[in-house]
Design a protein around this ligand. Structure first.
Ligand SMILES: Cc1cc2nc3c(=O)[nH]c(=O)nc-3n(C[C@H](O)[C@H](O)[C@H](O)COP(=O)(O)O)c2cc1C
Ligand SMILES: C=C(O[C@@H]1CC(C(=O)O)=C[C@@H](OP(=O)(O)O)[C@H]1O)C(=O)O
Length: 391
């Protein structure tokens, strides 16, 4: 399974094509829309989220509510496009018209893709960079991840993302011992998607404070996936290691600066006896671990314990409080002024991270159990589970 996305932040639409989804997977727009709505929520987002009401259109690969095995095309239209048709249209315009619009961007924001992208692709108008580097693209990646999640759910795999930390305020309630259903139940209505009510209030205050000061804050999100069989991924080659692929998926999310699997960086500070998970056997469930400190991975393969992944999001780069930068036309320093921005998007990023992980897990699942039809996969999965139980 693979996918491509296309589309600009203020262009007409975002598009994804997913290839390799098996036939006979039940799939409706609603399966995807509920995740798009989850991504749009969260305290700290800017005015853009009031304009957009993200809804997917399934344009190919699904017939009468079931996948056919053909490539699936997903489209989400940008409501904001109607305000940007002249500025973002594909038709050629003159230099004078361009200047008249006064929307040429020559002032790169520290921390965004503006300057590197402009130099690399020779764009004197940095809008050509920011339109694609914008995290608006994560909308369609969530739509793709929702298809992956639907596939996995048919085989009893469930996945949830939630917030562990915002602006240095840490949730005291960890997900240890909680099921994915518990996590969803406790975080779905939380304005910061956090399990700890006490921390939730402090996180919201921290976001308000940052916004008041024209600043932004980041945080840590966590994704938990349960119900996975052991043996997804492989130890035999570097690019088959599933923990590494998940790390890439997570790091590719806009503003993500770090990934941890299980204990992650904490493992450096503990002895081996407090890091590795002891192995036990039970006739009914086969081999299992007595703890899950390694977050469901050994040797680049799933162990069958829940997969636990954390991602670190830096603060949003566009700030109302100006940071120093240099105008690429005049080469003069300036202090930026901006129209609108999120002050914190960590709750939304938890949903994005959930979907990035879902895609990698689903891809590894199909690599292992086949990808033609749901029935083929079911047969292969059951045979493997029996083998693993009796091994
Ligand atoms: C859900 C989400 C919303 C974001 N909103 C904004 C925003 O409003 N303004 C902004 O400057 N950056 C925002 N970002 C972050 C930028 O897209 C990101 O910093 C930029 O693409 C540069 O990439 P890098 O930070 O990974 O280096 C957001 C990121 C995510 C995941
Ligand atoms: C549109 C979304 O996020 C956008 C991500 C983003 C950025 O620079 O990454 C900048 C903002 O866009 P705008 O400049 O239009 O206000 C955010 O709103 C979204 O998440 O759907």
């Amino acid at each position: 399974m693979r996918f491509l996305t296309a589309g600009e932040s203020h262009g007409p639409q975002l598009t994804a094509i997913i290839e390799g989804v098996p036939s006979h997977l039940p799939l409706t727009a609603e399966d995807i829309n509920r995740h798009l709505q989850r991504r749009q929520k969260g305290h700290g987002r800017g005015r853009r989220m009031q304009i957009e009401k993200d809804q997917v259109q399934i344009k190919s690969g699904v017939r009468h509510g079931k996948t056919t095995g053909a490539p699936i095309t997903l489209v989400v239209e940008n409501n904001d496009w109607k305000h940007w048709t002249k500025i973002m249209g594909a038709e050629p315009i003159t230099e004078d018209e361009e200047k008249e619009m006064k929307r040429i961007i020559t002032r790169p924001r520290p921390g965004h893709a503006d300057l590197n992208g402009a130099i690399k692709y020779e764009h004197r108008d940095m809008r050509n960079v920011l339109e694609r580097s914008s995290a608006r693209e994560t909308t369609i990646r969530v739509a793709v991840g929702a298809v992956a999640q639907k596939l996995l759910s048919e085989f009893g795999v469930n996945i949830a993302g939630h917030v562990r930390e915002i602006g240095g305020i840490v949730s005291e309630q960890s997900s240890d011992g909680l099921t994915v259903e518990d996590i969803l139940q406790h975080t779905e209505e939380s304005p910061v998607r956090c399990l700890d009510k006490n921390a939730e209030k402090k996180m919201m205050d921290a976001i308000d404070e940052a916004k008041k000061n024209g600043d932004s804050i980041g945080g840590v999100v966590e994704v938990v996936a349960e119900g996975l069989p052991s043996g997804l991924g492989s130890h035999v080659h570097y690019d088959n290691k599933l923990d590494a692929k998940i790390a890439q998926g997570v790091m590719s999310i806009n503003a993500f600066k770090g990934v941890e699997i299980g204990l992650g960086f904490e493992a450096a500070r503990k002895p081996g006896s407090e890091v590795h998970d002891e192995i036990a056997y039970d006739e009914a469930k086969g081999y299992y671990r007595l703890s899950n400190r390694l977050g469901g991975f050994e040797g680049g393969m799933t162990t069958g314990m829940p997969v636990v992944v954390k991602g670190v999001m830096k603060p949003i780069p566009t700030l109302y409080k100006p940071l120093k930068s240099v105008d690429i036309d005049t080469k003069e320093p300036f202090e930026a002024s901006i129209e609108r921005s999120d002050s914190c998007a960590v709750p939304a990023a938890a949903v994005v991270c959930e979907h990035a992980v879902s895609f990698e897990l689903a891809r590894a699942f199909l690599d292992k159990f086949g990808s033609d039809t749901m029935n083929d996969i079911k047969g292969a999965l059951e045979a493997y589970q029996k083998k693993a139980r009796e091994f």
